[in-house]
Write a protein of this length. Sequence first.
Length: 441
Amino acid sequence: MEATKKWVLPFSVLLLAACSNGAGGGESAKPVESKAPEKPAKPVELVFYALSALSGTDEEKAAQWTAYIQKKHPNISLKFINATDQNSVDNVIASGQPVDILFGSFANFLRFKDRKMTGDMTELVKKYQFALASVEKQYVDLVQQYHDGQLPLLPVYDLRLGVYYNKDLFDKFGVPYPKDGATWEELLEIAKKLTREEGGVTYRGFATGQAGAGLAINQSSLGYTDPKTGKLAINTEQWKSYFAPIVPMFTVPGYNPTKEVVEGGLKLFEEGTAAMVIAFNSYGSFTLPSKNLNWNVTTLPEVSGLRGIGSQPYPVYLGVSSISKHKDEAFQAISELLSLETQVDRSSKFGVFSPLKDQKAKVAFGESSMWKGKNYQAFASQKPAAPAPAVDANLKNIAESELYKVFTSIITGEKDINTALREAEEATDKAYREILQKQSK
């Protein structure tokens, strides 16, 4: 879908216009007045500031971003700046460095929300008739929940979780490959068959870190406060239910779930001693194809009662900077990057997952070299879970950090679930109160 609507005159109007300018009715045709050619738009260089650092050379970045914008807006070019120690958000603000387009994960934007670098694009959406309905609603809802109904960000691609599996290990132990739509309980039965020691090597059926298990973007849309009362809601039956099907994956006989093992799931998978791991479709800038593994992917294990539901949205966003002197051009650039044509092409070349509703955009990433021959549809077949209720960014960071500790402590047997959740809620409450007290001074 184009970023702006193209208005097409009805055929009857065009036909009438053609007849009135013709030689019919005995009248001579009137000469068509020539119009002066429109002046080319003034060249504009937009500063593209990446909170989530972009890798690659300037030429590679231009191929992934600038080239698409210039198909429709040849006057717009991009200057790329990564957020580093030298170019930190605070340094950029203090120095008056121009910034036009902001890029980063949702978590990164939340970290710097109080710097007020983003602005509301609602009026720009109306002005340029951007088809907001073409974007998955959950991604828009997520932004608006955290920004009081405003629209400072638009998703440019999504990160989704799936189960990667080592086909050679499944073949070695004669276990059928996992299938799309499997529940946590069904995956557990598979993991049991693959957890064993052989030839002095410990093989584990399943391994993943806290983030990989989808804690922060869980399928049940669990948040950290009670939406009705606003009180902390970590030590709850709902959070116990979240952990219930996951913990057994790490505690099957022979697993030996040490802290290092629990937190090093990706490493174990890449070493060839873990049969399955949960990770994003990007797989950490997608290093997996460079590993000597015979792998494929299937859907994120589903929660009973929430069939067909994947993790909550975790897109990478673009936004017009609040300090930009070229807000119109910046929005035009973002609009073009979100057009259907661009999304299909970027997905097919760079293996990114589109946030657009159109299935052509969603499955296009399967045409990329990294996904050919793989079950890429595993990421498109599940509907994203609804975003969890919004909370203050500081509270969100504290609560997630404490829940990560819960994850490790109950798996390793350091604490029982009741103790771990109670202490996590108490620690979250204390740390957040300290932040509020500092802010009030």
